[in-house]
Design a protein around this ligand. Structure first.
Ligand code: NAG
Ligand code: NAG
Ligand code: NAG
Length: 300
């Protein structure tokens, strides 16, 4: 892979195999569901092809409403089952075809509550919030592969925050492959599970997004960022300039930033550098605290 890094701009295509993927299974209490049992199946003939801003498959871009849960998957909503999950439980979304994440880049999980209470009728046009995020885990790793926390994973495992109010939700797992982001072809792999959250949560996420709208190609991480020429800290900075860099909601009416007893007054270069050196050390809770401090600083 050193070759890929050294001669990236010329051999990037050669380095990226047809190693594509899509989430098709839900894992609850260690039990793996059938493909598309709880996850809305897209009608695309090559379901595993990514969505991109340019040179995309099936004319689908992140500007389209089907960027929510993949092309025409709403037509399968009624026949897709709804999995019951207690708030606070850890579940996973697993890739089809025994695949593993084989492109470099961040992974996210977003949720959106069905306003009517029936997720089978919900197109995902309401508010989305982020509950899970993995970016760089290994600052000395290869940015083309194992620097990324998600590299090689066969599933994203995440906790439904304990404070999540009861109700039916779409849960959207997403992986962003950055290997061609330098020319506006970041590759986005995603689909949505239908779940019913039980419990007595009363939390309220304070950062929400609309899909489409959440991403656009003026954000450098999708259009212009280069894992071949940029440092890990530059890539992290590009990530922070997009919703992928926003805090995850872990509960409460606000983010759980109580750990940040020393809010920084501004996002100084020092704070940023500190943030990077800590976040790169495999500890998402440290990362979350630092991001919290940053956010408090911004709002002050
Ligand atoms: C997406 O929408 C934005 C805003 O309207 C526009 O600038 C951009 O060119 C669109 N991109 C694509 C790929 O359609
Ligand atoms: C892209 O997103 C940013 C941040 O939300 C926003 O400020 C900007 O207007 C968007 N650009 C387009 C073309 O939609
Ligand atoms: C990361 O933080 C969590 C929560 O504070 C802690 O349980 C875990 O041991 C830490 N991991 C490392 C590698 O420091």
């Amino acid at each position: 892979m050193k070759l890929c890094v050294a001669f990236a701009l010329t051999v990037a295509l050669a380095c990226s195999s047809e190693a594509h993927y899509i989430f098709s299974k839900l894992v609850i209490n260690g039990e793996v569901s059938n493909d598309w049992q709880y996850i809305r199946q897209t009608t695309r003939s090559k379901a595993y092809e990514p969505t991109k801003f340019s040179n995309t498959y099936d004319d689908l871009t992140p500007n389209d409403s089907d960027f929510r849960c993949n092309l025409d998957s709403f037509t399968n909503a009624a026949k897709t089952e709804v999995a019951e999950v207690a708030a606070g439980d850890t579940i996973a979304m697993r890739l089809n075809y025994d695949a593993t994440v084989s492109h470099p880049g961040p992974g996210q999980v977003y949720m959106s509550k069905a306003p009517s209470g029936n997720v089978k009728e919900y197109e995902g046009d309401g508010e989305w919030f982020k509950i899970w995020e993995k970016t760089l885990c290994n600052e000395n790793g290869d940015l083309y592969r194992d620097a990324w926390c998600t590299y090689g994973l066969s599933e994203f495992e995440f906790k439904i925050p304990e404070d999540t109010p009861a109700g039916e939700y779409l849960v959207r797992a997403e992986h962003v492959g950055l290997h061609k982001a330098f020319h506006n072809e970041a590759e986005i792999f995603y689909s949505c599970a239908q779940i019913k959250v039980t419990g007595s949560g009363t939390g309220s996420p304070d950062i929400t997004y609309k899909i489409p709208g959440i991403y656009n190609d003026t954000m450098k991480i999708f259009n212009g960022a280069s894992i071949y020429t940029e440092s890990a800290s530059q890539i992290l900075s590009d990530i922070k300039d997009s919703p992928i860099g926003d805090d995850v909601w872990t509960g409460g009416g606000t983010f759980s930033t109580s750990a940040s007893s020393t809010p920084v007054p501004t996002q100084s270069a020092t704070a940023k550098a500190t943030h990077f050196s800590q976040s790169a050390h495999h500890n998402s809770s440290v990362k979350a605290r630092n991001q919290g401090a940053r956010k408090l600083g911004r709002r002050a």
